[in-house]
Design a protein around this ligand. Sequence first.
Ligand SMILES: NC(=O)C1=CN([C@@H]2O[C@H](COP(=O)(O)OP(=O)(O)OC[C@H]3O[C@@H](n4cnc5c(N)ncnc54)[C@H](OP(=O)(O)O)[C@@H]3O)[C@@H](O)[C@H]2O)C=CC1
Ligand SMILES: O=C(CO)COP(=O)(O)O
Length: 323
Amino acid sequence: MSVAVLGAGAFGTALAISLAREGHDITLWARSEKQAEIMQKDRSNSARLPKATFPLTLHISADLDTIKEHQTLLIAVPMQQLARFIADHQNHLAHKTLVACCKGIDLTSGLGPSQVILSALPDAQTAILTGPSFAHDIAAGLPTALTLACTDPTLGTTLQNELSTSNIRLYRSTDVTGAELGGALKNVIAIACGAAIGAGLGESARAALITRGYAEMQRMAEALGAKPETLAGLSGFGDLALTCASEGSRNFRFGLSLGRGETFDPNITVEGAATAQACHEKAKTLGVEMPITAAVTAMINQTLTLKQAMDSLLARPLKEETC
Ligand SMILES: NC(=O)C1=CN([C@@H]2O[C@H](COP(=O)(O)OP(=O)(O)OC[C@H]3O[C@@H](n4cnc5c(N)ncnc54)[C@H](OP(=O)(O)O)[C@@H]3O)[C@@H](O)[C@H]2O)C=CC1
Ligand SMILES: O=C(CO)COP(=O)(O)O
């Protein structure tokens, strides 16, 4: 077992805790020396994941030289930071197995996590870890099931075995595009659902948004060559079920604040905001119909009010119910 987790936010910390609880030596790397020192002293990450105590086998570091001995690196930085993170640390990341743990589409390039990594490190071995799980649930030892997608089935099986823990059950896939899209696009739909609930539009509106949002996700997946059944799995349907229904989700809470006309703390990671924009651009280029994504983008850009966005969705031409 030779794993390090890069990025000491809520998710990276939770994954590192779960892996270290298995008794393996795991390194959790934080970019800030000060944060690493505090975590080392407190044996917890009070800034990002309060309440969870670090197992003895979890080692904290702010020095990337300490990850030299680790072959598998889990990268748990927010999506819009990934390209810069890879560019800044190319030397330390080359010749490693890089498992992206972020959900989203890069706004600058329109690429998902694996392609962002491969465009900087074409020889890297990559995979994506995604699916429904709140960091606080993982850290509390509660049961979760996630998707580990890797184009190389042999490496995928190795990673599945290496990264499964007593409370993280990993399902394997070779459909990286589908797994990445599921994790990215569900956040946009979660924002839409939060906005509907925040504006008092009711549970029926939420159910409609989840279902038609899922249809949008399927259309984009098909246009990009992903398998529809991947979107029906943990990374798509599964993560919609979690994120669109729970205030544990930051994307859902961001949507709630949009619906209520309240401000939202800009320091909180809300992956769906940039991803809505990136996906909306991609949909226009590919000619894929994604009206909910367009409405979320317009609300975030303040070119439509929530009422106008909802009216525009309801006024669309009546159609047969297909994907
Ligand atoms: N939280 C969750 O429940 C889940 C999150 N995810 C995904 O995990 C990814 C990370 O989210 P999460 O951990 O929650 O985010 P957080 O907001 O909790 O933390 C983000 C972390 O990334 C670090 N970071 C940001 N930019 C850089 C950079 N350029 N170089 C190094 N480190 C950087 C931050 O460091 P600093 O503190 O110094 O700013 C911080 O530690 C997201 O894509 C999210 O969708 C997936 C499943 C569950
Ligand atoms: O991706 C997540 C759950 O699977 C976490 O959701 P948020 O980023 O919305 O908090």
